[in-house]
Each structure stands twice: as C-alpha cells, then as structure tokens.
Design a binder for this molecule. Structure first.
Ligand code: ATP
Ligand code: MG
Length: 427
C-alpha cells in the first residue's frame, strides 16, 4: 500500500523554530553577540560533524554523552563520524589544526546547533543550541572571573538575572583528582548497598560522576561524601581563593558547591554553573570551567584553556515564560494599504522610496486582493504602529492617509512629499 498521503513529521526532540518564536531568538542572539564583542571575543565557526574519535578522546569514554547520547554513523567510506554533542572539542581541534593556540592568547566564541540522544522534554531536546566562549593561553583566575562576569552581564541585559544563581567549585589538578577518586571509591565501596545501578557502574568507570547523580535516594550518601574542595593541591586552592576574591569584589553572589563536577572528563580547577529553579530538572542554563589538559590530550602543545556554554533553548524559555522582555521588539513599523489599480503600483514604488530614505524602517506592503476593512485588519494583526492608506483619489492629489493603530488619535492626511520626514520624526 502506498504511504504517500501520510504527512512526514520532524524527528522527535528536533524542533522547528517558528516565525512566532524567532523574534525572541533573534533578540537573544543579538544580545549575546553584542556582549561578546564588548569583551573583545572573536567568533569561530566549526563544522557540525567531526570524527567520532575527537569526542571519544576528549569528553571521556565513560560519560553519558559518549556512552549513550551521540549520533554516530559511518560515512560512505567507512569512517565513523558523529554529530557534535558539544563544541569545545571541535574548537580545540580547529585551534590546533590552524595554529591558533600555541603561545597565543585567544578569546573565542561560537553559536550553533548540537545533538544529543536524550529523552526529549521541556528544556531538553535532541537538537539544541548553544552559545559558548573558549579562552586559550591564559592560566590565571582573572580570566575565569572575566568569563563569569560576562555571563552575569548577559543575564542582566536579558533581564533574567533574578532567575539565576551561580555555583562554583574547584576540581584541583589531575593528581588531586586522582587522590580524591581513590578516597571516593573507598567511601562508596563501603556503602555499596545504597548505590543505584548507574552509580555501581560509575564506581568502576568514573566515580566522580556519582556525585552528579540526581537520584533522590542517594542524596544523603552523596552529601556525606568526602569533599574534593577540602583536599585540593596548593596551587589550585590559591587559584580558587583568588577567583572567589574577584567575584566578591565584583559583587557577584555564588555558592561553593563541592558536588559540582560537570558531566565531561576534561575539566580541572574551576568549574561553574548558572542554575535556575524555574525549569525543573532542566535547571542548568550555563556550564563552564577550566580544561588545561585538553589541548595536549588532543595532540596540541600544552595550552591552558577555560570556557563556558549557554543553552539557548533554556534562555528562550526563561525569557518567554518569566519575563515580558521579549515582547517589546517591533517587527513591523508601518503597514501600507492601498485601494485601486493606480495606487497598487504607486504603493510598491513608494515603499521602495521609503526604504531608500529610511534604511531602518520596517514596512509591510499589502499584496493581493482584499477590501479596505480586510486590509485594516491585516495591518492591525501585523503589529505595525501605523497604517498608511493610499487610494486612487488621494493619489490624484499626491496625498496619503496615516492611521494610528496603537494610539487614540484622529487619522491625518499628508502630502506624499512630506511623508518620509514625518515618519522619521514619528518613529
Ligand atoms: P544537563 O545537566 O541539563 O543535562 P549538561 O551538563 O549535560 O546539562 P552541558 O554539557 O554543560 O549540559 O551543556 C551546557 C548547556 O547546554 C546546559 O547548561 C544546558 O543549558 C544546555 N543543554 C545541555 N543539554 C541540552 C539538551 N539536551 N537540550 C537543551 N539544552 C541542553
Ligand atoms: Mg546532560
């Protein structure tokens, strides 16, 4: 039987972003771009597909992403490729490949789609978008602080800072982490009966990740576990104290959460997360940290690095559901209605003239049929603040009518010659 009449749907967890939503997206993206430019960061764009090896070697074999979330397939030549589940690995790969990293300072940012095979729910999708920043060649706590200040500024500019709180932690150097792993394995092994299936597995593969467990039944056990922050190496402790000092001086509030380990293997020293209580278990809006070993691990020369990534969908949800900051952007200023055949042609040309003279003007010209009432209805629905009405009679006298759609005011008639100057004043 033929199936041709059945409509094809989008893939589960991969969303269309519809015209009614793109306004918020554009506003957000513009704000992010602006802030990154304010701090002197430069954009980098990487491919969406990379060799599977890149992710396996950087993110860590026993992380959720590698174990169960990657979209992996064989290319036609048999090479294993994956859709990127995060962007740091690709950014480091590009940096090494093009000689951007060694002995240099780079402040970079990117924005784009990522893919993870997760259970789709509000704020968690299989295709989602991140804006991230990565800094190379700077080792001190000053740059860690700059990145956090930059994210704080972004929340402020978007009007969502009251919905977010900051948690920070330090994972120390690799020796401290190794020592701590042993301590943790001893602790959890002594309490094996209380571990769930996932944690039992992680006890063998990645004990730090047990601290990341969201299973309520294990929270007491995790809460009582020894803390890495109390067993840091001296340099990492100094680094962390210096970061805290800078945040204090900048008036940034934070909580030290010793259980914050982040889901990827490559972090060391500083890790941080901005969290909201408004999106249930999809509370992480931005995560970041230091990853001084990754460049070398991926075949480059030793280069310090630190960065963060923001989940755009979760920002969009916060903006649309908890603020009205997204509604003020006007997509249309002027709707141009016309009655009669001569007026139709004139309207087309007039709109062109207005766009030439007023480059910022957003003008929607009525097309197709429709009586006067219908055109006015469309004008109102467009969100425009003004409706210009051009009729054959008015045209004969070189006049145009201006109707005010968003304020109580009698319509007026203007000479077409005066229109652009008048619009410039009014808008
Ligand atoms: P979570 O704990 O919610 O799974 P994560 O630790 O896996 O988040 P990161 O890898 O740190 O997330 O990615 C950075 C940000 O990207 C997150 O803070 C979140 O805002 C966003 N994000 C991660 N996974 C998804 C997803 N599947 N859908 C939408 N946004 C996501
Ligand atoms: Mg995750």
């Amino acid at each position: 039987m033929s199936n041709t009449s059945k409509a094809i749907k989008a893939i589960r967890g991969m969303n269309d972003i519809l015209p009614s939503q793109t306004k918020v997206w554009q506003h957000l993206e513009a704000e992010l771009r602006k802030t990154l430019a304010n701090y002197g960061y430069k954009e980098i764009r990487m491919p969406i597909v990379e060799q599977t090896n890149l992710f396996a070697r950087s993110i860590g074999a026993s992380t959720d992403i590698i174990e169960k979330e990657m979209y992996t397939f064989d290319d036609r030549n048999g090479e294993s490729l994956s859709l990127r589940p995060e962007c740091t690995a690709g950014c480091v790969r590009a940096g090494i490949e093009h000689g951007l990293l060694y002995n240099q300072e780079q402040r970079l940012w990117y924005m784009g789609p990522l893919f993870r095979y997760e259970r789709p729910q509000k704020g968690r999708y299989r295709q989602f978008h991140q804006m991230g920043a990565e800094v190379f060649g700077l080792a001190g706590p000053d740059i860690d602080a700059e990145l956090i200040l930059m994210t704080a500024r972004i929340w402020k500019n978007l009007g969502i800072h009251h919905l977010l709180r900051l948690e920070i932690n330090s994972l120390g150097n690799s020796q401290a982490r190794q020592n701590y792993k042993d301590v943790l394995v001893n602790y959890f092994s002594a309490n094996k009966k209380q571990l769930d299936e996932d944690s039992l597995r992680r006890l063998e593969t990645n004990p730090l990740r047990i601290l990341d467990s969201k299973n309520p039944a294990m929270q007491d056990l995790i809460e009582a576990a020894p803390r890495l922050i109390e067993n840091l190496d001296e340099q990492s402790e100094l680094h962390f104290k210096a970061l805290c000092l800078r945040l204090d001086q900048a008036g940034i509030e934070y909580k030290v959460n010793s259980r914050l380990v982040r889901g990827l293997d490559y972090y060391n020293r500083t890790v941080f997360e901005w969290i909201t209580d408004s999106l249930g278990s999809q509370g992480a809006v931005c995560g970041g940290g230091r990853y001084d070993g990754l460049v070398e691990q991926l075949g480059g020369k030793e280069t310090t690095a630190v960065g963060f990534a923001i989940g755009i969908e979760r920002l969009v949800l916060l903006m649309t559901e908890f603020t009205d900051n997204a509604s003020f952007v006007n997509e249309i200023d002027v709707y141009l209605a016309r009655m009669g055949e001569k007026a139709e042609i004139k309207a087309l040309l007039l709109a062109e003239d207005l766009r030439n003279i007023l480059p910022g003007l957003k003008i929607l010209t009525h097309c197709g049929s429709g009586n006067f009432k219908k055109q006015l209805k469309k004008a109102d629905k467009s969100g425009a603040s003004l409706c210009l009405i051009l009729g054959d009679d008015e045209l004969a006298e070189n006049n145009i009518t201006v109707k005010f759609l968003r304020e109580q005011r009698e319509q007026i008639q203007l000479s077409i010659d005066d229109l652009s100057a008048w619009l410039n004043d009014y808008l």
